[in-house]
Design a binder for this molecule. Sequence first.
Ligand SMILES: *Cc1c(COP(=O)(O)O)cnc(C)c1O
Length: 360
Amino acid sequence: MLNFTIGPVMSSEAVRAIGAEQVPYFRTAEFSRVMLENERLFKLFAHAEENARVCFMTGSGTASMEAAVINVFTEKDKVLVIDGGSFGHRFVELLEIHDIPHSVIKPEFGCGVTAEQLNEYDGKGYTGFLVNLDETSIGVLYDIKLISDFCKRNGIFLVVDSISSFLCDPFDMKQLGVQVMITGSQKALACPPGISIIVLSEKAVERVYSNKPKAMYLDLKSALTNGERGQTPFTPAVGTLLQINQRLREIEAAGGVDSEVARIGGLAEYFRKQIELNKLPFKIVSNSLPNAVTPLSPTNGVSANDIFITLKDEYAIWICPNGGELKDAVFRVGHIGALEKKDYDTLINALLDMQKRGLL
Ligand SMILES: *Cc1c(COP(=O)(O)O)cnc(C)c1O
């Protein structure tokens, strides 16, 4: 199997080896040490401030999106949210479910958010901002500097879903004034799904402690208190947390977050170049590309979903299909996980073979 989806993705051999072992009991000093090291490395890689804290939630990325929304915002807030695809829309739904007043900014398809769009909301009393830095569903990376400047000048509390951009695109939580950053285990962390991670600035920690909990399992106050001793309130996905530790240490040993961002960026660039050099009938449909993924649309009328099915069934290669109205129009190729340049050569050769067979 060769997996170019955007999660779950392929894991390193050492990460997979941990998955084959027995899962240890976790109320121990040994597990606490692992968790405290995980916290240290997430803070380091996110460029979080000294007093930032990290919560490890058992649940996919959406669990942490919901935890962030209900622990930092209340009915008294007024939140701006960017709805540029299915993940942005998920934030909108969360705000609706939890009765948090909000306004929605809808970028044009394939585009980021513009200064003009943001300027409209200057000085209008907004208190919170929610954005999926890489709107993975359509492969658009928003201009975080623009959003950060807007939030700084308006004193707005900025919450960023970095689930698919963490380790992929440059991100400095402290410099950007990001108060909450979310990521997940099955994207560039290249571990099995089941754990999502929330990095909170000192201000965010204060806000969590001053709000009343609205849920038990997603209560970040209890996650923070237990986390002080390297523990979680309930049984976490222990095995996945050990795999995350292995992976974080691998990244640190290979030069840290900047090296990982450069590695993933290099793969994205290589793949995009190969599409062009081989004159494959695809058009890139984003004008603000993230490093994690390339969204492509066939230019010859072939269904994007048929390409996904053929590659899966006949070549054992997985690309990422799109759903809904984009099903036949767009597919995505990921650049995260244990992938190398030669894996992209394999994919390109499969596509050229499909072309020879009249399937593309
Ligand atoms: C993958 C992803 C999520 C989380 O999805 P889950 O299936 O709940 O893990 C959220 N936001 C973005 C931008 C993502 O890429």
